[in-house]
Design a protein around this ligand. Sequence first.
Ligand code: AQP
Length: 334
Amino acid sequence: MSKKKLVFSGVQPTGNLHLGNYLGALKNFVSLQKEMECIYCVVDLHAITSFQKPNELEDNVFETVASFLATGIDPNKSIIFNQSSVSGHAELAWILNCVSRIGWLNRMTQFKDKAGSDKEKASVGLYIYPNLMAADILLYKASHVPVGADQKQHLELCRDIAQKFNNDFNCEGFFPLPEPLIQKNVSRVMSLRDGNKKMSKSEESDYSRINLKDTTDEISKKIKKAKSDSEPIPQSLKGLEKKPEALNLVNIYSELSKSSLDKVLNEMSGKEYSFLKTKLAELLINEITPVGKEIKKLLNDKPYLKQVLKKGEEKANIIAEENLKNIREKVGLI
Ligand code: AQP
C-alpha cells in the first residue's frame, strides 16, 4: 500500500469565492503545501450539476484559479488544474457509480438541501455528485482532503466506496482511505444574514457573505448590516448558545485575530456588538482586500492563468493515467 502523503481538494467555479471558502478551505490549502504534495482542482464538472451559463462558467474557472494563486497557492509546488481537462475523473466516476450504493447516496444531506422540495427535477448529476468527488480523490490515491465541515459526509462516503472497491476486487489497501482535514474553529462560516445557514456563493443576498473581491466599503457595509444581538456581548460561550449570528461574528473575529474564543469574550464582554463589528471590519479589510486586489490583477493576465492550468493538467494527467491503468486492470476492463 502506498504510504505517500498526498493532498487533494477542489473548489467549484460557481462564482465569487467568499470568506467561508477562504477560512474553511483555501487558507488550509496554502499551509499544507509546506508539509505535503498537493493537488488543487477547479471542479467544473461538479459545477454543472446545477445549470451554469457557458460563458460564465469559463469566467468562473479563471476566477477560481486566480483566487487560488492570490491566497498563496504556489503553482511551482502544487498542481493546479481544471477537472474536465483530465478525462480520468469522469471515467473513474463511472466505475465508482457501479461500486457505490443507492442507499448510501440517499443519505447525503447536501443533495437534500440543494435539490430542495422537488427532487424529481434535480439533475442526476447532482444526485451522484458524491461519487464524482470520490473519483477526484481516489484517482490520485490522495491520503488527505482539506474541506469545510459541510463536506465531511461526502468524505465518509468516499472512504466507504474505497473500502468496497478494495473488498470487491480483492485488493486490500489498493485505494487508501482518505482522511478529512477540517479546520477546528472555522469549519463552517455562517451567513451574515442567517446564522443557521452556511455562507454560500449561491445565496441570493450578497449581504450574506464577504466576497474575496469585495472593496473596503463593501466589507464595512456588510459587517455593519450583519445580524448580531441586541444584548451586550456575553462573558462565556454559553451566553451565545441560541444566538447563531452573534456566535458567527465572534468565531470569525477569533480566527482572524488568532485569539481563542474565551480570550475574545473576556476582552469584549459587556460591550455592544457594534464595538466587535468595527474591529472585525478592520481585520477583514486588512486580510481580504489585498487578496481581492491580487485576484483582479491576475484576471487581467489570462495567458498566465491558462499557462498555470496547462502545466497542472499535464502533471495531473500523468498520475491519473498511471493509476487508471491499474484500476482498469483490477476491474477487468481491457
Ligand atoms: N461557509 C463555509 N464555511 C467553511 N467552509 C466552506 N466551504 C464552502 N463554504 C464554506 C468550503 O470551501 C470549499 C470549496 O467549496 P465549493 O465552492 O466547492 O462548494 P460549496 O461547499 O458548495 O460552496 P458554496 O459557497 O456553498 O457554493 P455553492 O453556493 O455554489 O454551492 C469546500 O472545501 C467547502 O467545504
